[in-house]
Design a protein around this ligand. Structure first.
Ligand code: ZN
Length: 619
């Protein structure tokens, strides 16, 4: 399902969406999406749910029917048609539930949609083993014989690729049953870190603040260095107290992934996870090597921050504080106009599509009580249009979020127009490229059009922070994962203490402690215990690879390279019709080579050059 949340960006940049709610757009009509495009009434939704439910026995009857190419095509068509209707049903349920999470009827509808989806998944679970049993030769012959199977080619080939890692029926049944216990570490982590830890309270500007995760994210960027230091020195010892327990939970997660990889005959956990999208492990290795090569540029950025903030000692607790105060606020209409102007390098047709989206009631932008926090694009309703949820507060970050989410939405529009439902859905490996490309185009446009020195400094520092948080920080996380998984595979025991040791060494290397850039106290080695993404193994590296590809594209697009622009659109239009690594490579950046990462480092240096120039100007 196409559903790309931007929660990671919020968490890593430390921007709080709900705290500085400036209702700049109060005089405008509220931006709300129109779900009638999906279903006219709740009753119509329920009627469709019952109609889909009634189809389930006909899907079950397809079991054992793939004996010739005509039957295979007819069977797959029937399954895909059901999944398409199900996606629309799901979209309505989840969008309405996210706008008001407190309303029971919404939760009930979402639960019903989930149950039905699980039922359909379970009923059609015979497809994979039956395709594998047919074998590569017969399936290829079927595809050649039957032009109607062309749209299923990629899916069929992906299933066959897994054949060597699929076990006999008995073993598969055991593995399926083992899924629930294997997923326990993540639930236990979530319980401990969200519910069970007693959080300390501190006084900030005369107010008593509970320093849980939310309190930490809100106050770690306080402009007073003493306050943010207190925030850090109060928050992190809590994790230190539970270091041993967090270590046991994370090690259990690592062992579970190693177990699944081993029984499925993959050489290691990384290969097993990357095989899902057929991404070459070389991509992962190149990312880490190039992040290391880029460290002098990260250190240049941090050193400039220290100077701008006027700090004698630059501590890790200073890492989230913006270099400059935000100079202005935006209305939603201004944000849309800015985004339209910024995407000019993508051409008129793209701008037209984007404008249609802005005019088309696709977006729920109004902050309100009970609404899900963060932002996302949901593009699952294939023959309707994408939907975007965000809470527009009027700060620069919410403008950037708008550009980001509509980058996802335009990706969906182009993919759906060019691809049948079967191959329209694209991988996360590609998804974050157009969204971050739009953010870069927006940043560069705002920098170029800044009216005052303050505005320019702010825009430059935001653009730089995006690169630190989305490239270097995620690459560091990726490196931590690679190291810890490898340690488990070598049979080394990992404890909370040893995990903190590994993390601290990485953090000091990235933050430039040996180079005298930043002081990182021992306690911050425990930061790994706070990161929920580590329970989605080998996932975050894609944020770092995507932003590198985005830097590559933004650079070429801004130069007016029309050939690159066509290839960029080909990448978006390709949807999920091929291996995501190949789709990106065909468009230009080979993520297994240093080139795109060098484009990112080049961009960072270029932004730093501009920032130094502005700072040197008088007035
Ligand atoms: Zn995104």
């Amino acid at each position: 399902m196409r559903y790309f949340a931007r929660t990671l960006c919020f968490a890593s940049l430390g921007l709080t969406v709900m705290s500085s709610m400036v209702m700049a757009e109060a005089q405008q009509p509220p931006a709300l999406w129109d779900l009638h495009a999906l279903f006219a009434t709740d009753a119509a939704w329920d009627a469709e749910r019952q109609a889909i439910e009634a189809l389930v026995p006909t899907l079950a009857a397809l079991k054992g029917s793939f004996t010739d190419s005509a039957a295979l095509e007819a069977g797959l068509d029937k399954i895909w048609a059901t999944k398409k209707r199900l996606a629309k049903l799901d979209t309505y349920a989840s969008l309405s539930a996210d706008v008001d999470t407190r309303m029971d009827a919404n939760q009930v509808r979402r639960q019903k949609a989930n149950d039905l989806r699980n039922k359909v998944e379970e009923t059609t679970s015979f497809v994979k083993p039956e395709i594998i049993a047919l074998g590569r030769q017969r399936v290829e012959a079927f595809i050649t014989e039957r032009p109607g199977l062309a749209k299923d080619r990629y899916e069929l080939q992906s299933i066959l690729r897994e054949a060597d890692h699929t076990l006999g029926q008995e073993a598969e049944t055991v593995l399926a049953a083992a899924q629930t216990p294997l997923e326990q570490p993540e639930s236990i982590f979530s319980l401990l870190s969200n519910a069970d830890i007693p959080w300390p309270t501190i006084d900030i500007h005369g107010k008593k603040i509970t320093l849980d995760q939310e309190g930490y994210v809100t106050h770690r960027s306080d402009r007073d260095p003493k306050i943010r230091q207190t925030v850090f020195e109060t928050f992190w010892p809590v994790f230190k107290t539970y270091e041993r327990t967090f270590g046991a939970i994370y090690a259990a997660n690592l062992r579970g992934t190693a177990f699944s990889a081993k029984v499925r005959k993959y050489p290691d956990a990384m290969s097993a996870v990357l095989a899902r999208d057929n991404v070459p492990p070389q991509v992962y290795r190149t990312l880490i090597a190039e992040a290391h090569n880029g460290l002098p540029t990260l250190h240049r950025y941090l050193a400039l921050g220290k100077k701008l903030l006027g700090l004698k000692t630059y501590r890790y607790s200073d890492v989230y504080v913006p270099f400059a105060a935000p100079p202005r606020h935006y209305t939603l209409a201004e944000a849309e106009q800015l985004t339209l102007r910024a995407v000019k390098p993508l051409g008129d047709a793209y701008g037209q599509d984007l404008n249609d989206g802005f005019q088309g009631a696709w977006m729920h932008a109004q902050p309100q009580r009970g609404k899900r926090s963060g932002a996302y694009m949901n593009g699952a309703a294939y023959d309707v249009h994408p939907f975007v949820l965000l809470s527009f507060s009027g700060n620069f970050d919410s403008v950037s979020t708008l550009a980001h989410e509509f980058g996802h939405a335009m990706h969906t529009v182009l993919a759906n127009r060019a691809q049948p439902f079967e191959t329209a859905d694209y991988s996360i490996f590609v998804a974050e490229i157009p969204s971050t490309t739009n953010e870069m185009l927006l940043a560069d446009d705002v920098i170029a059009h800044s009216h005052s020195k303050a505005e320019k400094i702010y825009a430059l520092s935001q653009a730089l922070e995006l690169l630190r948080a989305t490239f270097f920080r995620q690459a560091m996380f990726a490196e931590f994962e690679a190291e810890t998984h490898a340690a488990i595979e070598r049979g080394e025991p990992l404890t909370g203490e040893s995990l903190s040791k590994i993390y601290l060494a990485l953090l000091r290397r990235y933050m430039g402690e040996a180079e005298g850039v930043m002081t990182v106290d021992d306690i911050y080695g425990v930061e790994w215990a706070y990161i929920p993404h580590f329970y989605s193994d080998f996932y975050v590296y894609q944020y770092a690879t995507s932003i590198s590809a985005a830097a590559y594209f933004a650079e070429g697009l801004e130069k007016g390279d029309t050939t690159l622009r066509e290839r960029y659109f080909d990448m978006l239009k390709a949807g999920g019709s091929d291996d995501p690594y190949l789709i990106v490579k065909k468009a230009g950046p080979d993520l297994a080579s240093p080139e795109p990462y060098q484009a990112l480092v080049r961009r960072m240096n270029h932004l730093l050059d501009q920032l130094e120039t502005v700072l040197a100007e008088n007035g």
